[in-house]
Design a protein around this ligand. Structure first.
Ligand SMILES: [Zn+2]
Length: 41
């Protein structure tokens, strides 16, 4: 299972189906977070 994590506050945003365990970094809806650019790792 994959997990989407906020790259600013490290909060778990969502999960998605994946054969392997992986993490995507995105931004949650916190006002401090959504100003930053999204980076996929
Ligand atoms: Zn956040």
């Amino acid at each position: 299972m994959g997990t989407i994590v906020c790259q600013i506050c490290n909060g778990t945003i969502d999960h998605f189906e994946d054969e392997k365990v992986s993490v995507l970094y995105a931004l949650c809806n916190h006002c401090d977070c959504k100003e930053e650019e999204v980076v996929e790792i």
